[in-house]
Design a binder for this molecule. Structure first.
Ligand code: PEP
Ligand code: MG
Length: 773
């Protein structure tokens, strides 16, 4: 074992083979002695006192002390050898003294003469001036140092590698016992126990706007290891081998499934499988078993080493692999303990912030919506489907937060600022207060918006604006009542497909659409046909691996190549109408011929229903989503054939600027409020007006007050957005004079500015148009 006074001292590096026999016996002997103390029916403090006494005797040290992290300090919790009165009195900051250094760096310190070390901090109340040699090891839990275990001697002795190993093994046991409350009476101490109470600010990418406060819940539960020490290393080694074999077999089975035939999921699984065969990983676990740990405790020990390394590694590739290894250790623990990684919903806090590495929409929906306040992801992009779902549910979300899972502890207080992509972990009182105020102000604004519910959506110069909702789930329909919106301008049918585990047949789909209509009452609903592909996958379908999926086989392209799928959906939509109007919209139309082919399928379904004597829709209105710029030059042929056009600005902008909407590097690269976008939209509005075709906007652009203001100035009169955006947009438009703004926009089209945002914001300010969210 290497030893160092700085940085990670690498228990990851295995001891040289010739030393193993001697080292392991010392650790095993010590563990065996500790077992009795561990099991004694005494209180936590008494158990801890006995354990430090036992360790001191075994290592033949005059001192053995346990320090536990409490808030910003490492507090002396038990000692044999130092003055008993120093217990719970002596405290060292992280980084202060040798103990603080171990905690800050996660490494081992082994010194024959501690007092000459520059970091040595003398604490008179401990009486430690008489001790010279010092050995300290970190107690690591959840990838973080939660305490330090120290032995000291009067003589200038150098602790052997065998002793270092033994103390490290004991620290593993301490960590697990600590987590289960067996060593420290958690009820008697404040909630900062074992935590770095220091506030931390993490940065990420804003995925869904909004502010949230709550207690952290980690998406994957940490499996508690209760059986720590084992008598028979051979039996434990056999258990480990069996668990690894089980793990490999389950991985092989997964790889045979058609849905993981290709793509990212397969790459991840293959990386897992590779690690499951990794000899180094297995050897480290086997060695830990030889020291007397149970198989599960050995897996945990190696997992903690990996986690600690993760904090210190900056290379993204290596970090990724360490993540894989961490996830694999969790799976192995499931095999060994038979426990599950899932949460019991009843135990979740009343207000919580979910922290996950990545999350699918179905997993998000598994959590109780009434308690879930916000989401933090280590991955994610703003138009990933989990973000779309979160936005639909009005749950603020921040993504790309590096190492969030290891930097946030379960139960940590978290303040999430989705507007600016920042997270405050364990915030100070002032920050928490500021967030609470912001939440209250938002609630107040919402109340004010709610008061606007029955006020007409009419501008100062008398323009009536249609405000519609974007919806994806039945739960969204409730908002028609609360916002008094005019209808559903975009019903994303694919979300219902994405959260199921098999393709819904005609009956299942008819049921969904009929329910949507029922909940919508007399208000119109525009059903968009299946828009899958790109970043929206169905768990039961194999999607081809594509270099450029956003421009690939998706939406209507896929539906026209699989007409049976589209016909199934159209049949269900026709059936669900039962005499009421039916509004159908096709996504990602790139040429008139595609629309014509899709419409032909709809007509076939209408004819089929008629032939079978089924009730027909009252009126059928057919529309197109304009997301591909090529349509602008086909409007002459297209507009006479359609009843309405809806602009999907999310996709349109990525194609207009050739800029991947899911790429976080490019998020602020191009500006929606810029001359080319405004010119494009002006042309479109003009053509639709001439042709008498209804035009609406259903992309995110319609949902932000400033952008929505510009759309109204361009002549757009129908907007569709998520329910929480209705209030701010309505407040904005009721103060706006559209005609005046149009005149102002005329001065901007020819400019060469990258962004017109500041000018437009000033315009709003000067004309008293509120832009609050
Ligand atoms: C769009 O592209 O603007 C749109 C509304 O569709 P989606 O976000 O579902 O792709
Ligand atoms: Mg789209």
């Amino acid at each position: 074992m290497t030893m160092s006074t700085t940085g990670w001292s690498g228990p990851v590096a295995p001891p040289a083979v010739e030393r193993i026999g001697a080292e392991l016996s010392a650790a095993r002997r010590l563990l065996r002695r500790l077992v009795e103390v561990m099991a004694a029916p005494v209180g936590a403090q008494e158990r801890l006192d006995r354990m430090v006494r036992m360790i001191a005797a075994d290592i033949v040290a005059e001192v053995c002390s346990a320090y536990v992290l409490r808030g910003e300090y490492l507090e002396l919790f038990a000692t044999e050898g130092l003055r008993p009165s120093a217990v719970h009195r002596t405290r060292l900051r992280l980084g202060e003294g040798l103990v603080g250094l171990i905690a800050a760096q996660g490494g081992v310190i082994n010194l024959p003469e501690a007092q000459s070390h520059p970091a040595f901090a003398y604490r008179p109340e401990t009486g430690e001036e008489i001790y010279h040699s010092f050995l300290g090891v970190p107690i690591v839990h959840g990838g973080r140092v939660i305490g330090v275990l120290v032995v000291q001697n009067r003589t200038q002795r150098h602790y052997s590698e065998e002793e270092v190993e033994a103390l490290q093994i004991v620290a593993t046991v301490f960590a697990e016992m600590f987590a289960s409350g067996g060593l420290v009476d958690t009820a008697a101490f404040s909630s900062d126990l074992g935590r770095i109470g220091r506030p931390e600010r993490l940065e990420g990418l804003r995925l869904v706007e909004g502010v949230a406060l709550g207690d952290a819940v980690l998406h994957q539960l940490r499996i508690e290891v209760s059986r720590l020490v084992a008598e028979d290393p051979d039996a434990e080694a056999a258990r480990l081998e069996q668990a690894i074999a089980g793990l490999r077999a389950s991985m092989d089975e997964l790889l045979l499934l058609p849905e993981v035939a290709e793509g990212e999921q397969r790459e991840v699984l293959e990386a897992y499988r590779m690690f499951a065969h990794d000899a180094g990983w297995r050897r480290r676990m086997s060695e830990a078993i030889r020291t007397g740990l149970s198989a599960e405790a050995a897996v945990r020990r190696v997992q903690e080493e990996t986690r600690l390394r993760m904090v210190h590694v900056s290379d993204p590739y290596l970090k990724e692999r360490l993540h894989d290894l961490d996830a694999l250790a969790d799976r192995l623990l499931v095999h060994l303990t038979g426990r599950s990684l899932m949460h019991d919903p009843a135990t979740l806090p009343a207000e919580f912030i979910l922290v996950a590495r990545s999350l699918g929409p179905a997993e998000l929906l598994d959590y109780d919506r009434s308690r879930l306040r916000g989401v933090i992801l280590e991955e994610g992009s703003p138009t990933s489907h989990v973000a779309i779902v979160a936005r639909a549910l009005d749950i603020p979300m921040v993504g790309r937060v590096e190492a969030a899972m290891s930097r946030i502890d379960p139960g940590d207080r978290v303040a999430l600022d989705g507007d600016h992509g920042q997270i405050f972990v364990r915030p100070g009182e002032d920050v928490e207060l500021a967030f609470a105020r912001s939440l209250a102000a938002r609630a107040e604004r919402r109340r004010a918006y709610a008061a606007l519910r029955d006020e007409p959506a009419v501008t100062q110069d008398g323009m009536r604006v249609g405000l519609h909702l974007n919806a994806a789930f039945l739960i969204d329909l409730v908002a028609l009542e609360t916002t008094n919106a005019d209808g559903i301008g975009l019903y994303r049918t694919e979300l219902a497909f994405m959260v199921r585990d098999r393709f819904p047949d005609v009956e299942a789909q008819t049921e969904i659409y009929a329910k949507v209509r029922e909940l919508a009452g007399d208000k119109p609903v525009v059903f968009r046909t299946l828009d899958v592909g790109s970043d929206k996958h169905l768990p039961y379908w194999t999607f081809p691996h594509e270099e450029n999926p956003a421009m690939g086989w998706r939406a209507l392209r896929m539906a026209l190549d699989r007409p049976a799928v589209l016909r199934t959906q159209l049949r269900a939509l026709v059936r669900s109408a039962r005499g009421r109007p039916l509004d159908v919209m096709f996504p990602m139309v790139a040429e008139v011929a595609e629309f014509a082919a899709a419409k032909e399928l709809l007509e076939m379904e209408l004819a089929r229903a008629e032939a079978r004597g089924e009730p027909l829709p009252g009126a059928v209105r057919v529309g197109v989503m304009l997301e591909v710029p090529s349509l602008l030059w086909q409007l002459r042929a297209l507009l006479p054939r359609i009843d309405f056009l809806s602009i999907g600005t999310n996709d349109l902008l990525q194609f207009l600027f050739a800029c991947d909407r899911g790429n976080p590097e490019l998020i602020d690269r191009y500006e929606v409020l810029s001359p080319p976008v405004l010119c494009f939209l002006r042309e479109l509005v003009e053509r639709c007006r001439e042709a008498g075709v209804a035009l609406s906007i259903c992309g995110e652009m319609a949902a932000r007050p400033l952008e929505a203001m510009v759309l109204l100035g361009l002549g757009v009169r129908d907007l569709s957005m998520t329910p929480s955006d209705i209030g701010p947009v309505k407040a904005m438009l009721r103060s706006l004079r559209c005609g005046q703004l149009s005149g102002y926009l005329d001065q901007l089209y020819h400019l060469s500015d990258h962004s017109l945002r500041d000018r437009l914001r000033h315009y709003a300010l000067d004309h008293g148009v509120p832009l609050h969210i």
